[in-house]
Design a protein around this ligand. Structure first.
Ligand code: PLP
Length: 813
């Protein structure tokens, strides 16, 4: 983008307001100004967007289809300005017009089309791909309702619908001419013709898939990428014939069947539900994407044989995996390829990223439901399974049980992870530890035969959004001291390392953190009416609520400190604010109970005058990308305390590190790699290792009762859950949580090893606290080291590795 002065921007916004909305600047609402300004930004990239598409076609370069059921994009307005280098100019233009930039950008709804880390990763990847000018189409679902909005009433999470499209969406362009039909149900007829066997799918239900394209503006490039989100529509929006016959419900049935598909995002993270509608969503995404890919290929290149040279597909988790049998179907049934040719192509094109090893998250579909909904895809998967099992029996000839475990179909279920392992060319874990666990445990049988398929590529975050946008103070400070453009080159982060010994730099760095804390304090006062002390230590635990992420460990620790203050008020000299933010899946009762517990602790602590000026607890409602952008730059302490072996990577940990919070964490996921980079002296590691936890589980050596008996402090904390002065909503006791910690439900007590790691956590936290209180200058130095070493965790590095090891894309010229 060329240089643009603020006068010119102001003028353009005023013109847009009057021409598009019929409003003058003085009568326009914030929403109207937001829309006008957003349209100005959009206008600027339309030409380069179309041009980018054309150049990709002309150059005949290989293109990536990044398929994901979730894209947790957040807001686009300010991010697009940062990436076009126009952020300052727009801020100034708004200021000159007497407009409040922050209030106006607040008008934009988050695009919350994802649950958490997995969806946010997809969003960060698109930003990096676009910035690196690699040809990509992101492919997802245009959920009409994204992740629910969370409200807390009497300590209980209430889910409210996220009607994010209500006021329109400036950033999307509907492309009805690129619509395709997706077929469900029906029967399969096999007809022998002169040309051999012909498959005919009959009596199916049709759903129209309409694409909405969103431009993804990279940093200072002229080749925006595209995110294509599919929306479901009925073929006949209204069956007038049935209506005239008086069969009103039938007149609507078609539409209801179709349009339910892209209605709502399933709000469960790391948990699989075998719901029919969910399967429909995934096939809808798979089929629409594969059809449009084939159509385009036939237009741009004359012949489908060259498909593997021109496309590569990465599937984010197993959700889009049906694209593999769907591509087989199209190639065989519609394009007359033989099985071997089609299978050969699919095996070259697809690659799979695994995100979790937890068995409850592994995607499995009821075989009968699957056969009824997707009869042809079912046949193809059966054939894939048969051939795969034959191949396995060559290697594991006498191990029928092993083959049955690795099979795609078993126990009347279709196992999507096994399907991916059977077909995909490359299979990657999202951190080194996670990939090792895949190789040695989850996919061991496959790894031993095909070790070359497996690799580790550690996740990353885009530092454009998570530093330059979320933490402008720190970004400007870094820019002042670094030669070169850090937003183009993540390696430049290291240049600030020597300044950890520069007094002036340290002072400025500390001041940035202080300002971010003040900004958060203002936010939480406005939103939830809570006063927090920006002079206190901000200790932040924000991520999805899940037992393995151990918000409960943090709860127990706060109770521990509370009881300690009761006995020795002098033990806390610098106050601490414990901040939580987390959504629980609506059907996850234990997670919702933990949210209630957090609020009970909040009540107990915040209303107790003995805690005044010592500790405070804050639960931030509705954790989402915009809240994360506000909260993470304000954190002093980053809580990354998952049960080791269970967090595949984590990306929240990287955001905190980049923004200068010190991590207290387990040796899990990417925490291990953060520790490797900053050094043991700049991170606080506690608790048992992944291997230690695995052994506890395998050899049943763990008994939380022993810890309870041997640590009076811990015993008192546990007892507080069922007695004592913990205020309870609706007179509840937390006896279920207590029981589960000490005795377990199915014979397995404390399955996330909370009490096992509790003593170590208490001890390590004491060191964290003492460092902050007694050696603040040392603390700042360590924080600077964290920022300086965080470049490695830019998603630019992650994408470089994917490209080098898997995709082999060339930048668009
Ligand atoms: C980064 C991010 C996550 C992932 O956080 P983890 O700590 O890695 O689980 C989840 N939700 C939002 C809104 C995020 O920005």
């Amino acid at each position: 983008m060329d240089y643009m002065d603020s006068n010119k921007i102001g003028q353009r916004i005023e013109n847009k307001l009057i021409h598009a909305l019929g409003r003058t600047i003085s009568e326009a609402t914030n929403d109207e100004i937001y829309k006008a300004a957003a349209e100005c930004i959009r206008d600027d990239i339309m030409i380069s967007w179309a041009d980018s598409r054309k150049r990709i076609q002309e150059q005949g370069v290989k293109k990536l289809y990044y398929m994901s059921a979730e894209f947790l994009m957040g807001r686009a307005f300010s991010n697009n300005l940062i990436n076009q280098g126009l952020y300052e100019a727009y801020r100034e233009a708004f200021w000159e017009m007497g407009l409040d930039f922050d209030k106006i950008t607040d008008e934009e709804n988050d695009a919350g089309l994802g649950n958490g880390g997995l969806g946010r990763l997809a969003a960060c990847f698109l930003d990096s791909l676009s910035t690196m000018e690699l040809p990509v189409l992101g492919c997802g679902i245009r959920y009409e309702y994204g992740m629910f909005r969370q409200k807390i009433v009497d300590g209980t999470q209430i889910e409210m619908e996220d009607d994010w499209l209500r006021d329109g969406n400036i950033w999307e362009i509907e492309r009805p001419e690129l619509s395709v039909e997706v077929h469900f149900n029906g029967t399969i007829q096999e007809n022998w013709t002169e040309n051999g066997l012909k498959i005919e799918h009959k009596d199916y239900n049709t759903v129209i898939a309409v694409p909405y394209d969103v431009p993804i503006i990279g940093y200072k490039t002229k080749t925006p990428a595209t995110l294509r989100l599919w929306s479901a529509r009925s073929k006949r929006r209204f069956d007038f014939h049935s209506f005239n016959e008086g069969i009103y419900d039938k007149a609507m049935a078609d539409q209801t069947f179709a349009e339910a598909i892209s209605k709502v995002l399933y709000p469960s993270d790391d948990h699989m539900q075998g719901k029919m509608l969910r399967l429909k969503q995934f096939y809808f995404l798979a089929s629409a994407t594969m059809q449009s890919m084939i159509k385009r290929h036939k237009v741009v290149f004359d012949n489908l044989n060259s498909l593997p040279e021109h496309v590569v597909i990465q599937i984010n988790e197993t959700h889009p995996a049906l694209a593999m049998p769907e591509l087989m179907r199209i190639l065989m049934d519609e394009e007359d390829f033989g099985w071997d040719e089609a299978y050969g192509m699919v095996k070259k094109i697809f690659h799979y990223t695994n995100h979790t090893i937890m068995t409850e998250a592994m995607e499995c579909w009821d075989e009968n439901m699957f056969r009824l909904l997707l009869p042809r895809i079912y046949q193809i998967i059966c054939a894939i399974n048969e051939k795969y099992c034959q191949k396995l029996s060559v290697y594991y000839s006498k191990e029928e049980e092993k083959i049955a475990q690795m099979a795609v179909i078993g126990n009347n279920e279709i196992r999507m992870a096994n399907l991916c392992v059977a077909i995909c060319h490359r299979i990657n874990g999202v951190s080194n530890l996670h990939a090792d666990i895949l190789k040695t445990r989850i996919f061991k049988g496959s790894y031993q035969i095909f070790p070359q398929k497996y690799l580790a590529i550690t996740n990353g975050i885009t530092h454009r959004r998570w530093l330059a946008l979320a933490n402008q103070g720190l970004y400007h400070l870094i820019r002042e001291y670094v030669k070169g453009d850090i937003l183009k080159d993540y390696r430049l982060f290291e240049q600030i390392l020597p300044y950890k010994d520069d007094k002036e730099f340290c002072k400025k760095y500390e001041k940035v953190k202080r300002n971010n804390k003040i900004r958060f304090a203002k936010y939480i006062k406005e939103k939830q009416g809570i006063e927090v002390n920006p002079e206190s230590i901000f200790d932040v635990h924000c991520k999805r609520l899940h037992e393995y992420k151990r918000q409960l460990l943090k709860c127990l620790h706060i109770i521990y400190i509370y009881q300690k203050i009761k006995k020795d008020p002098a033990c806390i000299t610098t106050p601490i604010t414990f901040i939580f933010a987390a959504k629980a899946a609506p059907g996850y009762a234990r997670a919702k109970e933990i949210i209630r517990l957090i609020h009970s602790i909040q009540e107990m602590v915040n209303k107790d005058p003995d805690m005044d000026g010592k500790i405070q607890v804050v639960f931030v409602e509705n954790y989402c990308v915009s809240v994360a952008e506000m909260l993470i730059p304000a954190a002093d302490i980053s809580e990354q305390i998952s049960t080791a072996g269970m967090e595949a990577s984590g990306t929240g940990n990287m955001k905190f590190m980049m923004n200068g919070a010190l991590t207290i964490g387990t040796m899990d996921g990417a925490n291990i790699e953060i520790a490797e980079r900053v050094g043991q002296e700049n991170i606080f590691i506690f608790g048992d290792s992944a291997e230690g936890n695995y052994n506890k589980k395998m050899y049943h050596t763990y008994n939380p009762g022993i810890i309870f008996e041997n640590h009076p402090g811990i015993r008192d904390v546990c007892n507080c859950l069922i007695e004592g002065n913990l205020l309870r909503y609706g007179n509840r006791k937390y006896s279920e949580i207590y029981q589960n910690l000490l005795f377990g439900e199915y014979g397995e007590a404390d399955p996330y090893y909370i009490l096992a790691d509790f003593p170590s956590y208490i001890e390590t936290y004491e060191k964290v606290y003492r460092l902050y209180v007694d050696h603040k200058d040392e603390w700042i130095k360590k924080a600077i080291v964290n920022t300086a070493k965080s470049g490695y965790f830019s998603s630019d590095r992650t994408i470089e590795q994917y490209n080098e090891k898997i995709w082999n894309l060339k930048p668009v010229k």
